[in-house]
Design a binder for this molecule. Sequence first.
Ligand code: FAD
Ligand code: PHB
Length: 404
Amino acid sequence: MTSIRTQVGIVGAGPAGLLLGQLLHLNGIDSVIVENRSREYVIDRVRAGVLEQGTVDLMIAMGVSAGLCRAGLRHEGLYLSFNGQRHRVDLADLTGGRAITVYGQNEVVRDLIDARTTTTRPLYFDAERVSIRALDTSGPIVRFSHGGTEHDLHCDFVAGCDGFHGICRPSIPAGVQTIYERGYPFGWLGILAEAAPSSDELVYTYHERGFALFSMRSPTVTRLYLQVPPDEAIESWPDDRIWEEMLERMRTGDGWQPNRGRIIQKSVTPMRSFVAAPMRFGRLFLAGDAAHIVPPTGAKGLNLAASDVLVMARALREFYEDGRTEWLDRYSDVCLRRVWKAQRFSWWMTSTLHRFPDESAFDHQRQIADLDYLTSSRAASTSLAEQYVGLPMEVSFEAAGLRG
Ligand code: FAD
Ligand code: PHB
């Protein structure tokens, strides 16, 4: 057993853990990141694609935006498609020039791992038997095994950035947190295809047969999603069936449809809304998916991970600079304000765009009217646009030690 000492022990090297590690580094605060998967696994996992304007600005301010600026695709609009017609929502026009950037989570994570490596601060991949203890003392410990050696990592604070299935949230004693949860009677089947995107912007489609989403990763790779029953077996979706269904739902009256290509990845994701509050127990602070999950329809999950760790960085900076705990004490409340608004938006986008098994003919007509209103009223599209490009972060970059 070896004993290691750091200021902040970070569990998980996803977007939350890696962004936090870099923010702390920029403030001269020491951290050790402990990840139970391999470097390759963490980078290859296909997930998010849409970065809010604020997340892009944050990565630029943190100096980790070289790849993002080179390969990220800035989108100033998106399409909502229903009744066989696409309607463009001009995000930039409606929000005073703000936009989203399509840049795969894989790339974000790869860039952040490279940045971490450059700092030479520790990042352990393939850690085994990770556990946390003494959370309600001033000396919490992250225990893990690496390469056959047991380590006790002594910290001032533990950042639980280990995603929805991690060990940090379950380490909080029963009764401390309130769980708010909502399931949905469908999942998403997602594919990556070797095909040039046939639209420059995302297309969210509401169709009689269910929701479909057109997105992309690069000028040669298209990313597509289909609403399917929850727990759908991927084996029941051979490639030909996927394309048939995609085209059936997405094709519009003017002949637009996605380009076909070789499918290089496919998987089914369940949909869930989840919040565990407060996001803190003693010296353990949860961030990102470890504390909350949104259905992907609003493209908010990774962006919330970024806004959480910005608040955490501010709180830790204040603690180390002048011993004040005011922001640590406010951490959960400050994060949850933004989290709940993103929860509401993600639930609303999901409810508006999917077909529900128990819906009535009335519900269906109401959804069409919702979409008609959304795409014909400037007030309604402005509301969508400001939430889609991202509501303001609760903390300024300067307060988190960045130049802004
Ligand atoms: P994670 O990315 O889950 O990272 C947690 C890390 O902790 C992982 O590396 C994991 O291996 C590690 N870990 C787990 N257990 C342990 C342990 N015991 N010990 C050590 N390490 C551990 N979000 C958006 O903002 N925009 C989108 O467009 C978008 N699209 C999505 C599409 C899909 C299909 C899916 C599934 C998600 C999408 N999301 C999107 C959500 C986004 O991917 C997540 O919200 C984001 O990954 C959260 O980051 P995180 O760092 O909190 O958690
Ligand atoms: C993606 O490109 O993976 C993506 C885009 C928009 C979403 C969800 C996922 O709402």
